[in-house]
Design a protein around this ligand. Sequence first.
Ligand code: FMN
Length: 338
Amino acid sequence: MIDHEALRRRAQELLADDVFAYYAAGAGAEVTLAREARAWDDVLLQPRVLRDVSRTTTVTQVLGHPLAAPVLVAPTAAQRLAHPSGEVGVALAARGTGALMVLSMRSSTPVEEVGAVGPFWQQLYVLRDRGITDEVARRAAAAGALALVVTVDTPQVASKRAGAPAVLPPLGIVPALDQRDVDDPRLRQAPDVGPHDLERLAELSGLPVVAKGVLSAQAARDCVAAGAAAVVVSTHGGRQLDGVVPSPVALPQVVEAVGARVEVYVDGGVRTGSHVLTALALGARAVLVGRPVLWALAAGGSHGVSALLAELTEEVREALVLAGCRSCADVGPDLVRR
Ligand SMILES: Cc1cc2nc3c(=O)[nH]c(=O)nc-3n(C[C@H](O)[C@H](O)[C@H](O)COP(=O)(O)O)c2cc1C
């Protein structure tokens, strides 16, 4: 099994204090962050028995794109702060293990360099300057993005605890945004982000839009009504409104509301094969993993991320087998005790 605590400790030893604090922090009093660390383990699983699981497979698809396992790399900002290989290192690891990377708009590497490695999804914040937002979307589409992941839970960046910067520690520039100054107010998140933004981004890019950061049935319905082709149930890793419902608790209601029409993904505290199995049993199509990728990148560069993703895939395979499932599609709600 992946030793997440050891990975995190190693990253803490290697990273500058402010960088580690920026990555590790949650918002406010970190209530959500603490809840989410337990919430997946609080869901009780009940396996099937007497099933032939000799040919169990972890392969699946998201929006028609094949994955080796139902795992995507969550968008996290400024990965070159973790390791010089940064976003390209993560993209290589995702390609090599059959995972899919979601590239943050706050990337520290130009989108074209990531696109040269292979397919990816581009995360976007709707910025105060819509022109710059649209330019990033167009560049991502031209660089080979297969979907736009529009983060809808961030009308402004939430405050973090003392000692943890709410925005990037000084990196000076954000190459993904053409070297513009990170303190430029036009690059801050738009407080008036609305349904029209999702519609416009889908139209100008010709790509499916995934809405990231829903925690209720109504929020999911609003995003689907605005044209979202999929939604991500997410607390933003406990980094936006503090005190919100943990993702595994919110997930079933979102699946019930929109799961028949669009794919539903989930993130926040997903660490083990059992957590992934739980997510599938609660109706998710796939999970996203955030901080463990940053710790693995810091500790071992691209190889570290490859090892993490390969090990997680193996954990998912074992969880499927032990639950009596032959595939991701075979997982059902009967595996969870309500
Ligand atoms: C350091 C850091 C930076 C992040 N940057 C972004 C971002 O740029 N865009 C975004 O949509 N989510 C961002 N997130 C949230 C992640 O995409 C994801 O929702 C969260 O990390 C999942 O929880 P986990 O870290 O417990 O796996 C960030 C999270 C972290 C920890």
